[in-house]
Design a protein around this ligand. Structure first.
Ligand SMILES: [Zn+2]
Length: 271
């Protein structure tokens, strides 16, 4: 009797554990958890882009809020390698901080706010002063897909000329809403816009894709420059570009580099 009762008890415990673990697995992620995850990814993105030499003391990366999709998260004014979760601030759709608490802000935060307003499909934005990209912003030579990871560049990235929005004696930076609107208009439906003599702004459907694009824009620019120096490059056909773009848009295609760059950045921060 005692043996049978024990068996029944053990079976009941086992079944309860199975049901419980199935229920735990079935729990959808809450919006709070999603928000925390996004802020965690944003901190990692800052470190990756700094470690990959896409951002140095300057430039920034943001992510759209899942809870309030008109809002976005961006660090306080800080070199990206130094950003921690507590430095991340929430901004509203006019690029105003929700709770500034006296913290210094990036002057070019309007890039992010106006791109999110203009492009509901965009979940993350990277603004960098990517050095190899800059020559393509000022020579009339279009930055275009030059290797298989550059499909997001298509047959030529648009270039933003700030003189149209800010006149002939500006500081070249996107320091107000009007300049942000003009930049977002020039970006249009593209994934990157070059900024003359300044850098570029890259967007993505996820932060991992946006980070990969920011890194590969720099790599593509170096490859394209080398190819031009050697001779006449053979570029991709529209069909090749479209096939590769479809792959590039999916987050799973950038998981491997994201995990590698994340580990490298973490290691670099320990040194
Ligand atoms: Zn800038």
């Amino acid at each position: 009797m005692i043996v049978r009762s024990c068996l029944h008890t053990n079976l009941a415990v086992f079944l309860a554990a199975c049901v419980c673990s199935a229920l735990v697995r079935a729990q959808p992620i809450t919006s709070e958890q999603e928000e925390t995850q996004r802020i965690g990814d944003l901190v990692v993105a800052n470190h990756i882009l700094a470690n990959q030499n896409i951002l140095d003391a300057w430039g920034h990366v943001s992510i759209r809020s899942a809870k309030n999709p008109k809002h976005f998260y961006l660090s306080r004014s800080l070199a990206p390698a130094l950003v921690k979760a507590e430095d991340i601030m929430e901004y509203d759709e006019d690029s105003k901080p929700v709770d500034a608490r006296g913290r210094a802000l990036y002057v070019e935060r309007f890039i992010h706010g106006e791109v999110y307003r203009a492009r509901p499909d965009v979940q993350a934005v990277v603004h960098s002063h990517s050095p190899a990209v800059i020559p393509f912003s000022m020579t009339g030579v279009p930055l275009r897909m030059a290797f298989l990871l550059g499909a997001f560049l298509g047959s030529g990235a648009p270039v933003f000329e700030i003189r149209g929005a800010a006149g002939n004696a500006s500081n070249m930076q996107v320091t107000d809403q009007a300049r942000g609107v003009a930049l977002a208009r020039r970006l249009g439906s593209a994934e990157i816009v070059l900024m003359r003599g300044h850098g570029d702004t890259v967007v993505g459907p996820t932060i991992k894709v946006a980070v990969a694009r920011a890194v590969y824009a720099e790599v593509n620019a170096r490859i394209q420059m080398d190819a031009i120096r050697l001779g006449r490059p053979i570029y991709f056909t529209d069909g090749e570009a479209a096939t590769l773009k479809k792959m590039e848009d999916e987050e799973r295609s950038v998981i491997r580099p994201w995990e590698l760059w994340k580990a490298q950045a973490a290691r670099a921060m320990l040194q």
